[in-house]
Write a protein that binds this ligand. Structure first.
Ligand code: SF4
Ligand code: SF4
Length: 393
């Protein structure tokens, strides 16, 4: 067993006594310290899922802390409510401490593991450089072929890039992304949710967790008024903008899926009319991905400096910037698909989409998966006896 802090004893979770996972780094040691204070105080029990999950434990091992850190959605409420926050000597700041651990979990469970360091690089630069590089490459290919400005093609993208080429390129990348994300979530789940001797009603737990994810339930702050952003005032804007982003992404995904069915099953080839289902879904999704990330960017700029971890801003901005590039270039392509600029707009949009896919498993995108897994763990844990019996939910 190892600890960077020689004074820190290796804690063993009360409900996972068979585990002996060491506390490994400064960030988890700090969360461990603060959670012991919270566990004695418990003022914030009604705010979110973190506190009821915390009260089921007397000690916190690394797996517990990774789980709780991903259950926290950084609303800031417990910082603004805390009587032990600075200038108190206890200096409790749960949102910030949890955020630091959260980033460690992204890096630690990434697959392949060697790419985990990408979370520590400058995410904004990486995202923009990837999108610009791929877009430039495609523009160059078209310029060399002499098809960069071919004249109006009535929205026929496949006259520029053949369908089979696009399907192959994006199919390979998509398969890799699914594998990398699946492996990361599985590695996370395997650590935070070891086999239990108690029977678990996973079906009911999965339903509860799905509802929490789809409604973004905990972004209402537990009282329906929302999160704290720049001050003590509660606001629901973060929940609204997350909804726009989340459902915007799903609608874009649905548009691509429907277009694939049209092409292979119904033998209907693009371009599709503006009133067709793929175009309507894609337009609605694109608008969602424009409004949501713009709003999240605005909230980021206004946030209280003590919320979260400022070192992670490039990662957050990189993810938001890519979402905006995808939506802006997609909507521009829709507007200009019957013009002579279509090939240029298509190359730039494909570059942005490819960059988004390639960086997906190594960007802030992963937070949705880890949070969903943590919510599933929370929902399943609630269905098991509380061995500590010190607190309620
Ligand atoms: S964040 Fe502060 S007020 Fe809330 S439970 Fe912890 S110590 Fe208590
Ligand atoms: S910041 Fe919000 S979500 Fe995180 S522990 Fe505090 S109240 Fe819960």
């Amino acid at each position: 067993m190892q600890s960077l802090n020689p004074e820190v004893q290796v804690p063993i979770s009360a409900n996972c006594a068979h585990q002996s996972i060491p506390v490994l780094n400064i960030a988890t040691v700090e969360v461990d310290r603060q959670l012991h204070i919270c566990n004695a105080c418990r003022y914030c029990e009604g705010f979110c899922a973190v506190f009821p999950a915390m009260t089921r434990r007397l000690e916190f091992n690394q797996a517990d802390i990774h789980y709780l850190a991903n259950l926290c959605h950084n609303c800031g409420a417990c910082l603004h409510a805390c009587q032990y926050a600075e200038p108190h000597e206890f200096a409790v700041n749960i949102p910030q401490a949890m955020a630091k651990v959260r980033r460690d979990t992204y890096a630690e469970y990434t697959w392949p593991p060697a790419l985990g360091q990408l979370y520590r690089r400058n995410g904004l630069t990486l995202a923009l450089a990837t999108a610009a590089g791929l877009g430039f490459f495609l523009v160059l290919v078209l310029a060399i072929k002499g098809t960069l400005f071919p004249g109006p093609l009535a929205g026929n993208f496949y006259a520029i890039f053949p369908h089979d080429l696009l399907a192959l390129m994006f199919g390979v990348v998509f398969a890799f992304v699914v594998l990398a994300l699946g492996m990361a979530v599985w590695r996370f789940w395997r650590e935070v949710s070891p086999p239990s001797e108690e029977p678990i009603q996973m079906g009911a737990a999965a339903l509860e967790a799905s509802e929490a994810v789809l409604r973004l339930k905990y972004l209402d702050g537990g009282h329906g008024e929302g999160c704290n952003e720049e001050s003590d005032r509660f606001t629901l804007w973060r929940r609204y903008f997350h909804h726009c982003t989340f459902y915007g992404f799903l609608l874009c995904f649905a548009a691509t899926s429907v277009a694939t069915l049209y092409h292979f099953i119904l033998k209907l080839e693009a371009p599709y009319p503006l009133t067709s289902l793929p175009v309507l879904l894609g337009t609605a999704g694109g608008l969602g991905l424009l409004v949501g990330p713009t709003g999240l960017l605005w909230l980021h700029w206004r946030r209280h400096p003590k919320h979260g971890d400022s070192d992670q801003r490039p990662m957050d901005y990189g993810f938001i910037a890519l979402l905006l590039l995808v939506s802006l270039s997609g909507l521009a392509l829709l507007a200009g698909r019957d013009t002579g600029s279509m090939a240029l707009l298509l190359a730039l949009h494909l570059g942005a989409v490819m960059a988004f896919f390639l960086t997906m498993p190594y960007s802030k995108f992963i937070h949705g998966f880890f949070r969903s897994a943590a919510l599933l763990k929370f929902a399943s844990e609630r269905r098991q006896p509380d061995r500590v019996r010190m607190g309620g939910e």
